[in-house]
Design a protein around this ligand. Structure first.
Ligand code: FEO
Ligand code: CA
Ligand code: CA
Ligand code: CA
Length: 654
């Protein structure tokens, strides 16, 4: 069926000014509250967060984790099922990407004795990573929401949780390790950045900077085959690379897995393959708290920012887009073999096995003329096989585990750090942020039409229209927006951004799903260090047009590119600005459009003095009112989920 005709909409708020204030600033007529922050107890029986870092490691199995990032809201019916239309009660899944500083976890930041980290600190950090699932409900007579403490749905998944592997890599020889001699289990997930969701009601959470928690011993190359060394190097783990968090340094066998080195007689007797167990998309069923998470290997292994689904259509494949967030890496797309059957709603991870374990993985090639191709990454096709001279791919499990190498071989386009994506429900066009790329120097990394600015300090948002349906293998693209300061002082202000909508380093991106997915309202969030002398990170609202509504332009470096229609103050506007030294990330809106959730990650990231509890940010303690006893008055900055509502009870943004 054709997409419904767009209803003319307009943004319903006055733009928020750029600011370095240590608070969340929202438009007139809007208000905020804190849903949960690092360390908040999810169940009864644990103390409130102390502001002193004295909570036990074990208690983090029941506390909100650190580094709030991607998230999703699932409406919850009275009989415990996924209800995509329910706005007053739901399950909120939030990623806890990493431990910040770590200000809140320990009494005085992270410590070391000689080269060793204390085991109790490492244990706490392992439990502060992962995902929280909490039940949320509206406060009476209000669209504001609160966490339901003690709910049977409240749950933590961490860097210690046992999970299964699904898809072509499950049971692969390169996943065999001492904890999983059959290569079918993983222990924990790490650095879960952004997310996705499925039409059957499960949460997808994506491992991005897992190199934070893995090291490899010096001299380990001598124990490895040439092809293993190629793969380890391509994925950023040369021999002698220290584990940045030092999780492999406490005494005890349980810490050895954080160093991916050969130490035993075979893979089943050591942790040489532990590195390969990270970098995947993990499926979690929030409606069944006892269910085991599953790593869905068919979607590939890389610095997975997120997993962005196209709207599901009955009788058509499930299509999921992904960005590999590292400089000069790729955009990927997964197309399921199975066709969507709406009767599969509420089927849990059994549906993940049906739709996400079998399908095709592609990498994107953006041509300079505005066309593009999806390059298939399938073992036995196009020279992706064990005779390949770049890297001998043993089987499809090896291809998905090392899809960066398969995409290198196929000639995919190296991008300016792909982060979040989203599919416009009005026309199925796909948007993806390219956050920035200091290595786009025009020489070692040449300019091209899809990455046309030298240095690309302020990033851009690319979009494409699939040909032959969402599962098609070719597309047309343009650049929706180029990030820039209004004065063009860093990257050239090609999109003509003004005081009400200039931004730098787009990262989070989300098409609002309200009202049967027909409004085309786009939220854009920033994770920036380039414009932070003038403004903290922010969230903008946009009503974009479509691919091809602009035309060809030339950058000041002389690179031709294709840009969409220039935005206006009416159709791209700053909605909020976050507290000092934070990233704004994670956004989801209830189906009725009246409650918006977003995350503040790492406020006050840069400096701290634990003896006086003085930090560059004191948020959220400085913004939470006295009535919010869990958050009010605390000095240590904390990552948190924020609820935005309108004071008149109306809809958010439009
Ligand atoms: Fe965790 Fe690429 O952001
Ligand atoms: Ca991000
Ligand atoms: Ca980022
Ligand atoms: Ca982040």
């Amino acid at each position: 069926a054709p997409a419904p005709a767009p209803t003319p909409k307009s943004l319903n708020f006055a733009a928020v000014a750029k600011t370095n204030a240590d608070t969340v600033s929202v438009p007139a007529g809007y208000q905020v509250s804190i849903l949960h922050a690092l360390g908040d107890p999810m169940m009864f029986g644990d103390t409130s967060w102390s502001d002193a870092g004295t909570e036990t490691a074990e208690s983090y199995d029941r506390r909100i984790g650190d580094g709030h990032d991607g998230m999703y809201y699932f409406g919850l019916s009275d009989d415990g099922k996924f209800d995509a239309n329910r706005s007053d009660r739901g399950l909120l899944c939030v990623n806890h990407e990493y431990v910040v500083a770590p200000y809140g976890l320990h009494p005085a930041g992270s410590t070391k004795v000689g080269d060793q980290r204390p085991a109790d600190e490492v244990e706490k950090e392992i439990r502060a990573h992962g995902v929280s699932v909490v039940e949320v409900k509206r406060k009476s007579g209000s669209n504001d929401m609160e966490m339901v403490r003690g709910s049977k749905y409240n749950r933590r998944v961490t860097s210690a949780t046992e999970m299964d592997f699904g898809g072509p890599a499950a049971g692969n020889a390169k996943l065999v390790n001492k904890l999983s001699p059959d290569g079918k289990l993983a222990f924990g997930m790490n650095n879960n950045c952004a997310n996705g969701y499925t039409p059957w009601g499960t949460y997808l959470t994506c491992e991005e900077n897992y190199l934070n928690v893995i090291g490899r011993a010096a001299g380990d190359d001598e124990q490895r085959s040439a092809s293993e060394i190629v793969a380890l190097k391509r994925y950023g783990l040369p021999a002698g690379r220290k584990n940045p968090y030092g999780w492999d340094t406490p005494d005890g066998e349980q810490y050895q897995r954080w160093n991916s080195k050969v130490s035993g007689a075979s893979a089943a007797e050591d942790h040489r393959n532990s590195f390969n167990t990270f970098g995947w998309v993990v499926e979690i069923d929030p409606f069944r708290p006892e269910s085991k998470p599953v790593k869905r290997s068919a979607l590939g292994r890389f610095n997975h920012e997120g997993a962005w689904p196209a709207p599901a259509k009955a009788g058509e494949p499930i299509v999921i887009y992904s960005g590999d967030d590292a400089r000069n890496e790729y955009v990927f797309k997964f197309v399921s073999d199975a066709k969507w059957d709406p009767k599969d709603i509420n089927g849990g991870t059994a549906m993940g096995a049906k739709y996400l374990d079998k399908g095709k993985l592609y990498a994107a090639k953006f041509n300079d003329d505005g066309t593009g191709q999806w390059l298939e990454l399938t073992h036995g096709k196009n020279g992706i096989d064990d005779k390949n001279t770049l890297y001998p791919f043993a089987d499809q499990g090896d291809v998905v585990m090392h899809c960066r190498l398969a995409a290198d071989f196929m000639g995919a386009t190296k991008m300016d750090r792909p982060e979040w994506g989203g599919v416009n429900p009005l026309n199925n066009e796909v948007y993806m942020t390219m956050t920035n790329n200091s290595q786009r120097d025009g020489e070692k990394m040449p300019l091209n039409a899809a990455n046309p600015r030298k240095g690309n300090t302020n990033g851009h948002i690319i979009r494409w229209k699939e040909k032959g349906g969402q599962a098609g293998t070719s597309f047309e693209w343009d650049v929706y927006l180029f990030g820039a300061r209004e004065d063009g002082k860093q990257s050239e202000n090609l999109s003509g951004l003004t005081a009400v909508n200039d931004f730098s380093s787009p990262d989070g991106l989300y098409f609002d799903q309200r009202n049967g997915q027909t409004d085309g309202l786009l939220w854009i969030q920033t994770d920036d260090g380039a414009y932070t002398d003038v403004t903290n990170c922010m969230m903008l609202a946009a009503l974009p047009g479509h691919v091809g509504d602009g035309g060809k332009i030339k950058t000041r470096e002389g690179q031709e590119t294709i840009m969409g229609a220039k935005p206006t103050d009416a159709n791209v506007r700053r909605f909020l600005v976050g507290p000092f030294d934070c990233e704004i990330t994670g956004v989801v809106v209830t189906p009725d459009g009246k409650t918006l959730f977003f995350n503040v990650q790492h406020p006050g990231e840069d400096k701290g003095d634990f003896t006086t509890n003085t930090f560059t940010s004191h948020w959220p303690g400085n913004q939470a009112p006295a009535s919010d006893a869990l958050h009010h008055g605390h000095k240590r900055p904390r990552s948190a989920t924020v609820v935005v509502t309108r004071t008149d009870g109306g809809t958010i943004g439009i």
